[in-house]
Write a protein that binds this ligand. Structure first.
Ligand code: GDP
Length: 441
């Protein structure tokens, strides 16, 4: 396993715009490559979409989203969708329009996506080949994205000023989409009725050395509790729901599951409690799936360990191998809320899961890894075509979410394979890993 945060992360600039505005030529201009000017024609497949670039000593990665072919959905929808995906992955967007033809419907569609994203945008009005065309560039103020920067990708005119503006719009450090607000970590204890959630909470609350009621700068929701576990204070979510001793009879199951869903939603990390003395039930798996789908960090606690004998444990291991295999990335602890056995290990497990949840892999490392595994295991050929991964970037942390730019769709099995290899390479203990595929045909 390698150290994920070792190298500095370069900010990512996505170049967005409809076909034929000159995106690729502008990218070539920016990365200082004059040879191999590629036609910005839909359907033209290029080998790469991302390039390392540098301007005034600042390094960044530039992603060219050109070359995606429009499909039956229609050009505007297609471009908007493509832009949306690229923008999600980027720190800053370079939006390219063609000043010589003015604003088109498709441009407007992209503008809407840009507005929603709230990412910094630099507007390039391309094909302004000489001073006489500057008035056309000025028309681009009408897009409502601020100052249009007139450029000629063909001649290089204006590209220095454009790059200066782009550097100004880059974040100092790449934007972290999910900045933590600080304060204690939010933990939800969830699981089906009677597995021992409330007993566990009581045990944790009793074991704390001091009662924490006013940690600086935190307001605690009345249904939450601050509890110190092994020296770290956590905010346990919706403990009122746990402490209320109404038995969740069948009629209330629906509400119990709503309550569980909302606790998971508010949490950063979930401790799913499973009764080790009882066979694993569908309802246990449902809760685990809810946590995974909500994209939260996960710890599995097998409770009532004091009630298990050797035979039960052997059987439990078989059940875990069969049913919990899909969650084998989660830290698992055996505990007894009754005796307190193993409860102290929870805090370590929670910390490990949160660390995995917030791991960020640099674009450079990710693409080196993708290059290696796709060379060794290329995507299978389907209908005479072979999809390739052109470029990948980690769009988010919490949970780690990867965007793969590909030529053609990827088989679900291949995506699972990539996910498994990502885990092997980078760890991602205790966290779901999401992969989004952005295919161009
Ligand atoms: P909840 O519905 O998930 O909150 O479960 P409770 O905490 O109410 O526990 C349900 C029952 O299991 C209670 O009778 C507890 O005393 C019992 N229980 C909980 N944890 C343990 C444990 O670790 N060992 C044993 N033997 N009993 C437990």
């Amino acid at each position: 396993m390698s150290e994920p945060q070792a190298e500095p992360i370069k900010p990512v600039v996505a170049v967005v715009g409809r076909p034929n505005v000159g995106k690729s030529m502008l990218v070539n201009r920016i990365i200082g490559r004059r040879e191999a000017v590629v036609q910005d024609v839909p359907g033209v497949t290029r080998d790469r979409v991302s390039y390392d670039a540098i301007w005034n000593g600042r390094e960044f990665v530039i992603v060219d989203t050109g070359g995606w072919a429009p499909d039956a959905k229609g050009l505007a929808a297609q471009i908007a969708e493509q832009a949306e995906l690229a923008i999600a992955a980027a720190d800053t967007v370079l939006f390219v329009v063609d000043a010589s033809v003015g604003i088109q419907d498709v441009d407007e569609a992209v503008v809407q996506v840009l507005r929603r994203s709230k990412k910094p945008v630099v507007l390039a009005a391309n094909k302004v080949d000489d001073a006489r065309n500057e008035a056309e560039a000025a028309m681009m103020w009408n897009l409502g994205l601020g100052e249009p920067h007139p450029v000629s990708a063909l001649h290089g005119r204006g590209s220095g000023d454009l790059l200066d503006a782009l550097m100004e719009a880059l974040p100092e450090a790449p934007l972290e989409a999910d900045v933590e607000l600080g304060g204690p970590r939010r933990v939800a204890i969830v699981g089906r009725p009677n597995v021992g959630k409330s007993s566990l909470l009581n045990k944790l609350a009793k074991q704390q050395r001091s009662v924490v009621d006013n940690v600086a700068g935190t307001t605690v929701d009345p249904v939450d509790e601050l509890v110190e576990v092994a020296g770290t204070v956590y905010r346990f979510i919706d403990t009122a729901g746990i402490r209320r001793r109404v038995k969740e009879a069948s009629g209330h199951e629906y509400y119990a599951s709503l309550r569980t869903a909302s606790a998971i939603e508010r949490a950063e990390v979930c401790v799913v409690v499973i009764d080790a003395a009882d066979p694993i039930a569908d309802q246990d798996l449902r809760v685990l799936t809810m946590v995974e789908e909500a994209g939260k960090a996960l710890v599995i606690a097998y409770n009532k360990w004091d009630l298990t004998d050797e035979e039960r444990r052997r059987y439990l291991n078989r059940e875990i191998e069969q049913d919990i295999r899909a969650f084998d990335w989660a830290p698992q602890v055996n505990i007894s809320a009754l005796t307190g056995r193993g409860v102290d290990k929870l805090s370590k497990a929670i910390e490990a899961a949160l660390e995995g949840w917030e791991t960020r892999i640099s674009t450079g490392k990710l693409n080196a890894f993708l290059g290696r595994i796709t060379a060794a295991h290329p995507h299978p050929v389907r209908g005479g075509k072979q999809s390739r991964i052109l470029f990948g970037t980690q769009a988010h942390t919490s949970p780690p979410t990867f965007a793969l730019f590909t030529s053609g769709q990827l088989d679900p099995g291949y995506v699972r394979f990539i996910k498994r290899r990502l885990r092997e390479e980078f760890g991602f203990v205790g966290t779901p890993v999401h992969i989004e595929v952005r295919a161009r045909e």
